[in-house]
Design a protein. Structure first.
Length: 208
């Protein structure tokens, strides 16, 4: 009887020990995975910003359409221009612009990105999708908006792309996600990652 009791107590102690360790390790694993996903999302948001800035450079406005932005990146080209000093200008203040050729917009923006050279078309096609593990992935996309505000009586084009923690951290402990969202909202911040703004003339990311 005593042996059975001792074995029972041992099982209880081991079980309680496991629960204590898990209560410590679960937040550690959560934060490790959160940091990993945030890094991937920031990478994507930086690429989205680069695409929007290029689109505005050529069209004068930002776009809120993923189809429009992706088609633009895949089909349009930048002119490669070289500027040299005008040999007839003795003041050395004038330059001559010489067009050397063209380069696809997506090559200009993403050529140095890892994996871009493996499949350029797919890299751009995947731009709108939130990078989360395949087992949790269900075609979640970044929100994309564009508009116009006034600053000092001058119209300013703006855009915003974002994803909330509820989507970005999909598949992780839901209570820890809710705790994180509550903590961030209490600081009057967006509970997720975003780049640009529809209320400010800014193209910065909120992770800075």
């Amino acid at each position: 009887m005593k042996i059975a009791l001792k074995l029972f107590l041992l099982v209880v102690i081991v079980g309680l020990g496991y629960m204590v360790v898990e209560s410590i390790m679960e937040p550690v694993r959560f934060n490790k995975e959160k940091d990993k996903r945030e890094a991937s999302v920031i990478h994507k948001l930086e690429d989205i910003r680069a695409g929007e800035l290029a689109y505005r450079k050529m069209n004068g406005v930002y776009t809120a359409s993923w189809d429009t932005l992706i088609d633009f990146l895949k089909t349009n080209e930048f002119f490669i221009v070289k500027e040299v000093a005008d040999p007839n200008d003795t003041t050395y203040s004038k330059t001559i612009r010489d067009t050397l050729g063209t380069i696809k917009v997506m090559d200009s923006l993403y050529n140095e990105r890892p994996n871009f050279q493996l499949d350029k078309q797919r890299y751009v096609d995947q731009l709108k999708y939130v990078p989360i593990p395949q087992k949790d992935f269900a075609n979640e996309t970044f929100e994309l908006r564009a508009g116009k505000i006034e600053r000092g009586g001058v119209p300013v084009q703006v855009f915003e792309s974002q994803v909330g923690y509820q989507v970005m951290l999909k598949g992780l402990d839901n209570q820890l996600i809710l705790n994180l969202i509550k903590k961030v909202e209490e600081m009057n911040k967006y509970p997720g990652l975003k780049v640009g703004s529809l209320t400010e003339a800014s193209t910065e990311g909120n992770w800075k």
